[in-house]
Design a protein around this ligand. Structure first.
Ligand code: PEP
Ligand code: MN
Length: 261
């Protein structure tokens, strides 16, 4: 597989490509306030989950389509590109209808070939960058299989997100990085952009800087980091979200070396 650029107009290829925003879109005020602060701090691509795949029922499962309207309003105001997670045909249709710029497939969905195929079929002939998170389990072939399903549907603007792998063991990480897996993926597909998600790997604010630096030292293309205007009040993943100012500090302190691949 040979991939085409996931970069959107006006975004340069300087590392890291940064995508940031809240785990979930919660209210119009939270979407807007977070977007304004991130844009002021130089972020160009905004993320927010509109449909949330929760491990157990009863949690906040997302606002759904109305949140796409809030995001598009934030785009109009800040000029940032908008990205969200899709897991079904309906999510893809709704996101495209509202004008979302970039989509990602979540870790639980990436582990389900039927769901990935449904998304790929829905996206046939649509020119939009898609990022595929690794499946929750450490299965490189399943991750590649998801990539192939999209690629075979004609989508060439593809990238992957390394968000770590679930483990029954108690570790400092929420999801084990198992860096050798994305490294092997990059060895096989050198033109594939890999973006690290230190928020879901670490599961904790204080781990984000270190994991981000490790990803840069491994020549990853970018970072997707959860950032919320009031992280302690977040409706999902509060322990791992940082304020837009804390995000800026993390990014400003990264050392970007041109390491040998
Ligand atoms: C998310 O990005 O908020 C999310 C649900 O992540 P993951 O699919 O990696 O668990
Ligand atoms: Mn999250």
């Amino acid at each position: 597989m040979e991939f085409e650029s996931i970069l959107l107009p006006g975004i340069d290829d300087k590392r890291p490509l940064v995508i940031a925003g809240p785990c979930s879109a919660e209210t119009e005020e939270q979407v807007t306030a977070t977007a304004r602060q991130l844009a002021d701090n130089g972020v160009k691509i905004y993320r927010a989950g509109v449909w949330k795949p929760r491990t157990k029922p009863g949690g906040f499962e997302g606002i759904g389509s109305p949140a796409l309207g809030w995001m598009m309003q934030a785009k109009k105001e800040t000029g940032m590109y908008m990205s969200t997670e899709v897991a079904t045909e309906k999510h893809v249709y709704e996101s495209l209808k509202y004008g979302i710029d970039m989509l990602w497939i979540g870790a639980r969905t990436a582990a389900n070939p039927f769901a990935v195929q449904e998304i790929a079929d829905t996206l046939k002939g649509v020119d939009i960058p898609i990022l595929i998170k690794n499946p929750v389990n450490p299965d490189l072939e399943l991750w590649i299989g998801a990539l192939e399903r999209l690629y075979n549907a004609g989508i060439k603007r593809l990238g992957v997100i390394h968000r770590g792998f679930s483990t029954p063991d108690k570790t400092i990480y929420r999801n084990l990085p198992q860096w050798h897996i994305p490294i092997e993926l990059k060895r096989r597909y050198p033109t594939l952009p890999i973006i690290c998600d230190p928020s879901h790997i670490g599961g904790a604010r204080n781990l984000i800087a270190k994991i981000s630096q490790q990803a840069m030292d491994l020549n990853f293309s970018g970072l997707i980091i959860e950032s919320h205007c009031s992280p302690d009040e977040a409706w999902s993943d509060k322990a791992q979200q940082v304020t837009p100012d804390a995000l800026k500090e993390i990014l400003d302190n990264l050392v970007i070396r041109d390491t040998v691949q």
